[in-house]
Write a protein that binds this ligand. Structure first.
Ligand SMILES: [Zn+2]
Ligand SMILES: [Zn+2]
Length: 265
């Protein structure tokens, strides 16, 4: 069975198709999905999905790209994280891709928001779902500053989701005790560097995800993504690591349970 560790089923284009998506998931043997929250405003909808369906769980967090939304404090996150079926804090992190006219120094608010999430994760003893784009140095540094190292007491840990960084960044994340999640990007023709990175990550630290509705894997690239496509990511991981797709399905599902301990409840 397959597990989609990161999707946005609360987004209207997927929510509208939910019965068909759930049917497609059954056919594709995708048995579980983690629904990721991107604003506090959205949380109720995401949480309702997790409460309605046995095989869905959810996170609470405010995405680094979201501006003009409610700024969370530690309590906002900790309170929601204590609700049933909330198993992670995020997605959070840093994204310097859309700086526009701004400098990295101007993104102080994003770094503060990230620190808030790390503190909430440690307080809740729930892992972090980390989004990092064009910002890996600061992402790793802030994690270290906030006490996230592999041997630190009370560490939250978590996953670097939709990983597109270098092998060096992957090794740094692994050495902090984090998991690495690969998306449909791994299947793209021009992603040979990323496939090399995937080869270097131990199987017991890999998760797979769709990040749907975005980033549909080949052969659906450019179409609306959904969790039933996550086996295409597993197939690609299997190819680069010369394993069977069953081994990858099994390992990534076990990794998911080990990281998001709440999914067993
Ligand atoms: Zn993301
Ligand atoms: Zn996402």
């Amino acid at each position: 069975m397959f597990t989609d560790s990161h999707c946005h089923l609360s987004f209207p284009e997927l929510q509208a198709q939910l019965p068909q998506i759930r049917e497609a998931m059954v056919k594709a043997r995708v048995e579980r999905a983690l629904c990721i929250c991107t604003t506090l405003e959205e949380f109720e909808t995401v949480h309702a999905l997790a409460m309605t369906y046995d095989n869905f769980w959810c996170s609470v967090g405010v995405h680094p790209d979201n501006e003009g939304v409610t700024e969370p404090n530690v309590d906002d996150l900790v309170h929601r994280a204590a609700l049933p079926k909330v198993v992670a804090i995020g997605e959070t992190g840093l994204d310097y891709y859309r700086l526009g006219e701004r400098s990295v120094a101007d993104m102080h608010w994003q770094r503060e928001r990230f620190r808030t999430h790390i503190r909430a994760a440690r307080h809740s003893a729930k892992p972090l779902v980390i989004h990092t784009r064009n910002a890996s140095v600061d992402t790793l540094e802030i994690l270290r500053e906030e006490g996230e190292s592999a041997d630190s007491a009370g560490r939250a840990g978590g996953v670097f989701h939709c990983f597109t960084e270098s092998a060096e960044v992957a090794q740094a994340a692994l050495s902090l005790g984090f998991y690495i999640s690969f998306s449909g990007i791994l299947t793209f023709k021009n992603a040979s560097d990323l496939r090399e990175v995937a080869r270097s990550v131990p199987l017991d630290r890999i998760l797979i995800e769709t990040d749907s509705p975005y980033l549909a894997p080949m052969p659906y690239r450019g179409k609306t993504n959904n969790p039933s496509y996550v086996p295409y990511v597993a197939r690609q991981v299997a190819d680069v690591k010369q394993l069977s797709i069953e081994e990858v399905a099994e390992a990534t599902s076990r990794n998911f349970e080990r990281l998001f301990t709440g999914v067993k409840a």
